[in-house]
Each structure stands twice: as C-alpha cells, then as structure tokens.
Design a protein around this ligand. Sequence first.
Ligand code: TXA
Ligand code: MG
Length: 356
Amino acid sequence: MPIKFAEESIHEAVRLLQAGELVAFPTETVYGLGADAANPEAVAKIFAAKGRPADHPVIVHLPGAGHIERWATDVPQIGWDLAEAFWPGPLTLILKRAPVTPYAVTGGQETVGLRAPSHPLAMALLRAYAQAGGGRGGLCGIAAPSANRFGRISPTDAAHVREELGEAVSLVLDGGPCDVGIESTIIDLSAPATPPRILRLGHVTPAQIAAVIGMMPEVLLTPGKVSKNARAASALQGAHTMLPRAPGVLAAHYAPRTPMRVVATAELTDTLAALHRDGCSVALIAHSPSAASLPARSWGLLPDEAEGFARGFYAALRAIDREGHALIIVEAVPDSPEWAAIADRIRRAAVGAGPG
Ligand code: TXA
Ligand code: MG
C-alpha cells in the first residue's frame, strides 16, 4: 500500500473516491478512512476494512458550511453559528439527515454527522473533490471514521494507518502527525426542543460552545455513567435517543491490547515500586516531569499541558502497546475542563484494554 506525498496524489485520491474506493487521509484530529459518502457500496467497504458493525454511523466530511444543506435538513440557527465559529475544525454537528443522505452513513438513523476538517491536506482533498464534481449524484462528502480497526487506538500518523489497515485501503495520503491528536467534539443538534447534547468531548470544549450558542450544552458521557445518563436521556426524549449512537460513546474504545490502569499522581511512586518488586514488566505514560525517574521498563513522557498531551497520547500508547509489557500505567490527568476530553479517552482505553 503506497504512502504518497500529498500534493502529487490528491488527484489520484479523488479518482479513487469517485471510483468507490477507500482513501485514508489526515485530519487535524486523527486520520480518517474515507469513501464517497453518497455511495453506499463504497461506504460498506469502510465497515469491512475496520471490522466495524454496519449499523454504526460515520461522519461525513465537507469542504465547508456551504455543503451542509446537501446532507442535512432543518438546520437550527445554532448549527450555522457553530459551523461559522469552529469550521473548518474539530467539531462534528449531528443534524437531521436530508432525504438524499444514504442510510449507509447514518447507521440507519434519521440524523447525519457533518464536519469540515481543517488539516490543509484534508481541505485540499475536499476542494479538489468538489472541483471534480464530487461523488455520486454530484454530492460532495467524504464519509470517514478514524482509520483504525474497530475499538482500537485512532491513528495520528500515516504509518499508524498502514499498521492498522494494511492492504485494505487503496491509498494513504501522508500529512504528517495530526495536530490535535484526539477525535472531534460531537454535538447533537437534531432534537430542536431540547438543549444540544455533547456526545463526545474533544478539543472544542463545552464552554467554547456555550460562548457561541448562549447556553451550556448537556454532556452525555463518561463510561459507567453512560448507561445511567443514556437511560435518563431516553426517558426524557422518548424514542428520539437511542444511545449509544456513537461508537465513541461506548465505554470500551480507543483501546490498547496491553492491560492498562490509571493511577493518581500521588500514588505513582508506591504503585510502580510494588510492581517493580513483583518483577512485572510495566510501562508508564505520564505528564509529571518527575515521572522519568520512576521504575518502569518503558516511558511515554508527554507534555504537562492538555494540548501537548492530546497531540502525543495515542502515538505513545500505540508505541508502548507494541512493546508487549504486562501492564501500562497511565498517570491520571488533572480534573479540569481543558483535560476533560483526554480523561475521557484514557478512561475508555483502560476499560477496553487487553487482548482480544
Ligand atoms: O475527529 C474525528 O471525528 C475523526 C476524523 C477522521 O474526522 N473521525 C472519527 O470518526 O472519530 P469515528 O467514526 O471513529 O467516530 C465518529 C463518531 C462515531 O462515534 C459515530 O458513531 C458518530 O461520530 N456519529 C456519526 N454520525 C452520527 C450520527 N448521525 N449520530 C450519532 N453519532 C454519529
Ligand atoms: Mg473511531
């Protein structure tokens, strides 16, 4: 599977997408596994390559807000406001699907997830795709979940995609390491009578959203609390909400094969000393500078601020997972809004960690 320098291969990527083939491409969050969103047979190839259940929806990537109404209908004003404020960028809007939007990308639901990515290569690809007439029926949207096997760690550079998907993808556009490093914030705007709900935390925070729409969105998250919240939400909304609607909402997701445990900063020293005494091969992913002196077989030392940590976390987890330790210890992150999306991914990775 070729990993090609982008500028030269955008036209090939467009040709492949129009022919119903898969193309992996970088976004500012993580790499996506793309197909013509208007072509259900092409979208089916995404599910086959990922090993993902076919009833899960995928995000449709657009060149910009001008394309929203091709894919969605009854777009509320706050949808336009959010697109204006955060696109291109790491925010996915869940809206009512337009009649032409295939159920293949909505997971059979009446809603569609839309976002305009800001990675220059993703933007160039989407622009070229639009200029070339887009996909089936002239619709211009690239359906793309993260380019990893179902339930596993999202890829944040082109080599990760090759590692995950091998020959299952025709072309990987290489745009270098992703800048954000964790998946987009997902906000559900499809139930007009209720406050918007965040289905997945990300780089765009609830407070930033509130500043644009003038109200605090509800946050439907955190494994353990998910089922309780989901039940409460379903009761409130009737049949409208059928959580989990997003795989990113499942408790076990983004997970390594090595068992993983989250340990508070204050307990790191004792925990690692005990494991060391037992002869357990332990790797440590940490952000406190002092962690470098702790007894571990391998270290992933990440920046002690949220943006830098997010940028490096998946790559560190992936590298350490490959080394075959008995256990990965991840230092707990601060309990503050800017770390919330990272804390969420760490929790899910810990729940899903382990072989199989
Ligand atoms: O940052 C991202 O969002 C990356 C890049 C490639 O754009 N994509 C990504 O896709 O993380 P994926 O499929 O791994 O996760 C996207 C989430 C899924 O959990 C999916 O179920 C949810 O978006 N989603 C898409 N359409 C939806 C819909 N109509 N209703 C609810 N959730 C939806
Ligand atoms: Mg994913």
